[in-house]
Design a protein around this ligand. Structure first.
Ligand SMILES: O=P(O)(O)OC[C@H]1O[C@H](OP(=O)(O)OP(=O)(O)O)[C@H](O)[C@@H]1O
Ligand SMILES: O=C(O)c1cc(=O)[nH]c(=O)[nH]1
Length: 211
């Protein structure tokens, strides 16, 4: 694990963003059942931790995508992170809804942009990658050029890696599941029994039921 990945994982643990509950599994956006949930929304409530993660995100955007013209947040949990990064980097900002709004202006993409601009998509977390790749499709259809995607956390599932490769979208996460669990075990936050459950679940997350 890189020192930055470890530092970000540490901040997620410090803010209690990581929830474990193998007995009453969480249901994910994909419908998968999981013994773990990473709640990056909670991190927003801790200013110093929030600031650290925002800075890490800005460093990645600045270093990896220096030609970006604007950032695009994925609704809803990606919106605040994208907005904070765009503010810090002094880049224009848009955000993208899962579907067009059913009243008002009927927009799916909110904000001002022009076709041909180079965009970096900002997401809080990648599980299957479906939510962020849907946004990639929407902004591409609007004429934007997608340079890549940045998220705080990824579970590193092959299904997501393959989907991003197929879409031709490079993606970078500040930290990941392996780093987080290693650190949580090191700190005694995850017991040996919980570690075994988490490792078994990780092998077949789509088929895991907790029983
Ligand atoms: O990679 P995926 O399988 O698409 O899962 C990840 C998505 O799930 C969460 O959003 P969710 O839709 O649960 O709610 P939100 O409105 O709080 O972002 C998370 O914020 C990601 O957007
Ligand atoms: O896949 C999801 O829905 C999901 C997983 C997770 O750990 N955290 C989250 O906010 N969403």
């Amino acid at each position: 694990m890189s020192s930055n990945e470890k530092a970000v994982a540490e901040k997620l643990l410090q803010s209690n963003a990581i929830k474990l509950n193998p007995e009453q599994p969480f249901t994910w956006a994909s419908g998968w059942k999981s013994p773990i949930y990473c709640d990056n929304r909670r991190v927003l409530s801790f200013p110093f931790i929030r600031d650290f993660i925002k800075s890490e995100m800005c460093n990645v955007v600045f270093q990896e995508f220096p030609d970006a013209d604007l950032l695009a947040g994925v609704a809803t949990a990606g919106i605040p992170w994208g907005a904070m990064a765009a503010d810090q980097l002094k880049l224009p900002y848009i955000y993208v809804r899962p579907k067009p709004k059913e009243h008002g202006l009927g927009n799916q993409i909110e904000g001002y942009y022009t076709a041909g601009q180079k965009v970096v998509v900002i997401e809080d977390l990648i599980s299957t990658g479906k939510s962020s790749l849907q946004v990639v499709d929407v902004v591409k259809a609007a004429g934007l050029e997608v340079m890549g995607m940045v998220s705080i956390f990824t579970y590193g599932f092959p299904v997501a890696t393959e989907a991003f490769a197929k879409a031709g979208v490079p993606y970078i996460s500040l930290t990941n599941y392996g780093t987080l669990i290693e650190l949580a075990v090191e700190k005694g936050i995850v017991s040996a029994n919980q570690q075994e459950i988490l490792m078994n679940w990780r092998k077949d997350p789509a088929g895991w039921t907790g029983k």
